[in-house]
Write a protein that binds this ligand. Structure first.
Ligand code: FAD
Ligand code: DLZ
Ligand code: SF4
Length: 510
């Protein structure tokens, strides 16, 4: 029999359809899975994220063994653990007399480079779990002046036939976002997230994480995440049955005691391989066809996965390894301690951070228009913002996190992803949430003692970057509003904003 090959399956590649497994031969090849310090420590991940990945890896390995695969699995606390993925491959290569490695291209430049320089014969196979191939994205991007998601999304609709009637979009419009901006009223019938009581395997992973990572930001217990593909399917079913109908309408709403609203809570499962993106979109399309959800909900949801998720991945690989370090606006302040749970009087931030610490989850608008918006108008160094998002969310992997943070949220790529900076005064937060009612600051107050800091920093940001944004049709109107204010008021806003930023930089409670 020919020599065995090693088949690498990473912690976010947990599906039998992953390319390396598809290319391998059962009975000949050895699947290598390893919990390693290099992956668990390269940032201080939220403890829930590490527990999810280790529990899901262990269960997936057991499933592969049941299916007849030979699996060499290394636990984090195994004595011989080499500490890194290339180290584990070398150790297993020696053990099994193997030279060749089949690997699915990782979702992060750091690990791609580590595999490319590993002294074994590593074949990096394209990750076929995505709907667009790299070649398709590159063909779409070639020669375009602006890489806007909306046009890429239309290509993907045509490619997959999702929500298409012949060559026309279902219902006559490509995008129903216009119907999707309602603030939420608290609703007693809001769906409750599904909860999975930890089994023995999950309990073991939790104990390991508690022993090794309890210093990381984030609460480990209680832990009720799905850790197998079957359970992740149940989460999807639950969403389709109970929340999809209202997903579009309340997509941007925020309520402080209703953390999950009508969101699907499936990003982590998609990102680690427990759910397949195209299959998820097809399920939602079926629900729409069956009359279970209106078009604005189905289209809004499918756009997030078929459009945004595929698009940000395309951008991450198109732009290259330096992308997460870009800083087009030259913002240099440090991330304030409130992001790590230090006291703040800003209720919106306190709520978003508390929820993040407890759940490893915040929905898109909390990430974009509360924590992201504040970091941007407070002119925080985007590299620090990027690191924060990578550390604190259960679904954070660099290919999806960096474009969302560095590009969409911080405008640090100079406008490749976002056609305008996502900044707002307190008004937007007040309109979309119930945060302001119980805040120390007054959202209606524009200056003076107790004025909402978003109201000051918003203008300060726009004034500082006037050269860049004044000519942008999407922000030009704001400069006209600013110019109409009287001089004294403008001076007060800018002085108060400076004072606030100085206090923030000195570490005072803000
Ligand atoms: P829903 O709101 O129910 O949406 C359904 C699905 O659409 C999600 O599960 C997700 O797979 C996909 N999706 C929605 N928006 C996006 C988007 N902008 N980019 C990619 N996919 C999207 N998402 C991650 O998966 N990992 C991250 O690390 C991540 N970091 C983010 C950082 C910032 C600053 C911002 C603004 C957004 C980030 N997002 C990230 C996108 C989005 O916030 C999450 O995908 C979403 O909140 C996950 O919750 P959900 O499953 O309930 O999503
Ligand atoms: C995120 C993560 C963690 C915490 N631990 C492991 C691990 O021990 N072993 C592993 O194979 N993968 C892990 N991962 C996922 C990787 O970091 C992920 O594959 C890369 O970031 C590329 O997306
Ligand atoms: Fe946030 Fe300002 Fe509202 Fe307070 S008043 S919750 S700081 S937007």
């Amino acid at each position: 029999m020919s020599a065995p090959r090693l088949v690498l399956v990473l912690g976010d590649q947990l599906t039998p359809s992953v390319a390396a497994l598809q290319a391998a031969e059962k009975g000949r090849d050895v699947v290598v899975m390893a919990e390693v310090a290099a992956e668990a420590d390269y940032v201080r991940h939220h403890p829930k994220k590490i527990a999810l990945i280790f529990a899901a890896m262990r269960k997936f390995a057991a499933r592969l063994e049941e299916d007849g695969w030979q699996v060499a699995y290394t636990r984090l606390d195994d004595d011989e653990n080499a500490g890194s993925i290339p180290g584990e491959l070398l150790r297993r290569a020696e053990e099994h007399g193997a030279r060749e490695v089949l690997a699915t291209r990782p979702g992060e430049w750091r690990l791609i480079e580590a595999l490319e320089t590993c002294p074994l014969d590593v074949s990096l196979l394209e990750d076929t779990r995505f709907i667009a191939t790299h070649a398709e994205f590159e063909r779409w991007a070639e020669g375009r002046k602006a890489l806007r998601m909306e046009y890429f999304y239309r290509e993907m609709r045509r490619k997959t036939g999702l929500l298409m009637e012949g060559d026309k979009p279902a219902g006559g419009k490509w995008n129903y976002d216009h119907d999707n901006r309602k603030p939420a009223a608290d609703d007693l019938f809001l769906p409750k997230p599904l909860w999975f009581e930890p089994d023995e395997t999950t309990e073991n992973a939790l104990a390991l994480v508690e022993a090794r990572f309890s210093g990381n930001f984030g609460r480990l217990h209680p832990f009720g995440f799905a850790t197998t593909a079957d359970q992740a399917e149940q989460v999807l079913d639950h969403f389709i049955e109970n929340a999809l109908e209202n997903f579009g309408t309340y997509q941007d709403a925020m309520l402080q005691d209703r953390r999950f609203l009508y969101h699907a809570l499936i990003s982590a499962y998609l990102n680690i391989g427990l759910l397949d993106p195209l299959a998820v979109c097809r399920r939602v399309e079926e629900a729409w066809k069956a009359g279970k959800a209106p078009i604005n909900a189905a289209e809004g949801f499918i756009r997030q996965i078929l459009g945004w998720r595929e698009y940000v991945r395309g951008i991450y690989f198109h732009e290259g390894p330096d992308y997460p370090r870009r800083n087009a606006l030259n913002h240099q302040r440090s991330l304030p301690a409130l992001y790590w749970g230090a006291e703040t009087r800003m209720n919106c931030l306190a709520q978003a951070v508390r929820q993040t610490r407890e759940e490893a989850y915040a929905h898109h608008i909390q990430r974009l228009m509360v924590t992201g918006n504040f970091a941007l108008i407070a002119q925080v160094n985007p590299a620090e913002v990027h690191q924060w998002y990578l550390e604190v969310y259960i679904d954070a992997f660099e290919w999806v996190e960096a474009p969302n943070t560095v590009g969409m949220s911080q405008f640090a790529d100079g406008g490749i992803i976002a056609s305008k900076p996502y900044v707002s005064s307190g008004n937007y937060i007040d309109k979309m949430s119930d945060y302001c009612g119980t805040c120390h600051y007054s959202v209606r107050q524009k200056t003076g003692q107790g004025a909402c800091p978003f109201n000051l920093l918003y203008w300060h940001f726009l004034v500082r970057h006037r050269d860049r944004f004044e000519g942008n049709p999407r922000t030009a109107q704001m400069y006209r509003t600013w110019d109409r204010m009287d001089d004294a008021r403008r001076e007060t806003v800018l002085n108060e904003a400076e004072t606030f930023l100085d206090r923030m930089s000195k570490g005072e409670t803000i």
